[in-house]
Design a protein around this ligand. Structure first.
Ligand code: IPE
Ligand code: IPE
Ligand code: MG
Length: 250
């Protein structure tokens, strides 16, 4: 083995130095993946669902305890009806076939977002998946479905106003910490690292409150091609960041 090979940095070892507690992923690029292969968009979404498995196993392998994935935004309902139908169909299929494996791997699954917009059978499957995995602790997987951060923050503000109106809450005592109790992510730590695939560099209404001090990683890979090596590279990148939270650099 040459000397040059021996000193190459090992991204996995790097990342194990201080893994982020919570990684969130904006899974983008399914449509472009399909288009580049002259396939219908649904083929990209189907392949994207397979990539979720790789992200979950990479998170477990890296000791990450919280993984949140953006699967469908509140704005994605604006897509053509056929694509929405394809996406909800894939979701239905995913919930029926994949939850058992997640449960067996010690994954606890939660869903955030406006689930009332989904059909009754899907809503039942979402509740069932949360219930069936509630006792698991190896990885906390949160799936954002029909999720939009502005809608989430607005709903939280409304619920807080209601609590104040009913005399259950004193507005003078509300803190940032207290406000987060009204968000759908109550009990979930803020993301340390947000990864977005596909090369786009925006948050698209994802975790706007929670992302205040998240490190951002924009990867030039389309989501269906995402693999453990991309997760490892993002972790290695994260381990080299200096997080300051507004304090003076040390
Ligand atoms: C991400 O892939 C999946 C969803 C947003 C549901 P896209 O469907 O946005 O793929 P692109 O961005 O068009 O390539
Ligand atoms: C963000 O991707 C939502 C998900 C990945 C689920 P979009 O593809 O919907 O975002 P924009 O439209 O490019 O901002
Ligand atoms: Mg997109």
């Amino acid at each position: 083995m040459s000397h040059a090979t021996a000193v190459l940095p090992d991204p996995v070892a790097d990342a194990l130095v201080a893994p982020p507690r919570h990684v969130a992923i904006i899974m983008d690029g399914n449509g472009r993946w399909a288009a580049s292969r002259h396939l219908p968009r649904v083929a990209g979404h189907r392949e994207g669902a397979r990539a979720v498995k790789r992200a979950v196993s990479a998170a477990i392998r890296h000791g990450v305890k919280w993984l949140t994935i953006y699967a469908f935004s509140s704005e994605n309902w604006r897509r053509p009806a056929v694509e929405v139908l394809d996406l909800t169909g894939l979701l239905r299929q995913y919930l029926r076939t994949e939850i058992a494996e997640l449960a067996a791997n010690g994954v606890r699954i939660r869903f955030i977002g406006d689930r009332d917009r989904f059909d009754t059978d899907i809503r039942q499957d979402l509740a069932q998946a949360e219930h069936a995995t509630a006792g698991n602790t190896r990885l906390n997987l949160t799936v954002a479905l029909s999720y939009g951060a502005r809608a989430e923050i607005l709903a939280a503000a409304r619920a807080m106003c209601e609590a104040i109106g009913e005399g259950r809450l004193d507005p003078d005592t509300v803190t940032e910490q207290g406000f987060t109790r009204f968000l759908s992510t109550d009990g979930i730590p803020d993301p340390d690292l947000i990864i977005r695939t596909s090369g786009e560099q925006r948050l698209s209404n994802f975790l706007l409150w929670q992302a205040a001090y998240a490190e951002l990683a924009f990867l030039d890979v389309l989501w269906p091609d995402f693999g453990e090596e991309h997760f490892a590279a993002a972790m290695a990148d994260f381990s080299r960041r200096e997080r300051r939270f507004g304090a003076r650099p040390g």
